[in-house]
Design a protein. Structure first.
Length: 281
């Protein structure tokens, strides 16, 4: 079957899925073509505001297309000019845009949420992203299937959505020597200060992988899991790690240089931090 036919079938099936779940307009659009028409397919669901000169379009409010965390990560990585970047969980394509602007040679960006994937395609078309390939699927399964190596991996806002977070860190370590990670983490004292957040944690248990022992803390999404704007994991729950366990795991995986920034112990959604981990080649 020729590739274009496969692509059209995939887009059609995803659009039918989205239409069933969100009452997307089934009618034809009668106005002249415009970026706003494309954005309005997911009207009311966007998180991010597009960058100039498209920032006047109606989308979301978050300024993620100029994310200080990514700017910092780029300053810590070796020169990414012409390099291959793997991004996990792009949401609406903002970080892929920043990587292209910084000179990345190629970006492979994997999104499991069909609605988010379609939004990434809309952003790609509006912004003219030429070196980014958005893939629709589970990045854990992608990493399990021995993909080619990458010069760097961006895992922003995904670790705390995993049911097996240590497996994700291990799989990332097999394809790169440079990681950017932003994540929430579990801290009993800090979480305990936020009653709404604390109620979402329902269990804790010991886990082990590759000889590394650590504790996991079960986080329940509850009602948010079934909403259209849900942007978490694929299961009704996830497992959070402790901050020190995340760092210790990366060191065991050979990442001997770890830079930390954007510490937010009082983040309303849970304590969080960012890190860049590098390993000598």
């Amino acid at each position: 079957m020729p590739f274009p036919t496969k692509l059209f079938q995939l887009f059609g099936s995803l659009l039918r899925f989205s239409t069933r779940r969100s009452s997307l307009p089934a009618r034809y659009i009668t106005s002249a073509p415009s970026p706003q028409n494309a954005l309005d397919i997911f009207k009311g669901e966007w998180w991010c505001r597009l960058p100039p000169p498209f920032d006047g379009l109606r989308a979301g409010d978050l300024q993620i297309f100029d994310d200080a965390r990514i700017t910092w990560a780029l300053s810590q990585w070796s020169d990414i000019d012409g390099q291959k970047i793997l991004e996990l969980g792009p949401l609406e394509g903002a970080h892929a845009y920043m990587f292209e602007q910084a000179g990345a040679g190629s970006v492979v960006s994997i999104e499991a949420n069909p609605r988010a994937y379609l939004k990434c395609l809309i952003v790609k078309e509006i912004l003219g992203l030429a070196r980014t390939q958005f893939l629709c699927g589970d990045f854990i399964e992608y990493l399990r299937n021995s993909p080619p190596p990458f010069d760097a991996v961006c895992a922003s806002g995904v670790l705390y959505h995993m049911t097996a977070p240590l497996e994700l860190l291990n799989l990332i370590s097999q394809v790169t020597d440079q990681i950017f990670l932003w994540t929430h983490y579990y801290d009993a004292e800090l979480v305990g200060k936020n009653r709404t957040l604390a109620r979402r944690f329902t269990a804790e248990f010991e886990s082990e992988m590759g000889g590394f022992r650590h504790r996991l803390f079960r986080y329940q999404y509850r009602g948010s899991f079934a909403t259209r704007r849900f942007c978490g994991g694929s299961r009704p729950y996830a497992h959070w790690m402790r901050r020190d366990d995340i760092i210790a795991c990366l060191k065991q995986l050979g990442f001997d240089t770890i830079q930390i920034a954007f510490e937010l112990p009082d983040h309303p959604d849970g304590p969080s931090f960012a890190l860049v981990a590098t390993r000598e080649k």
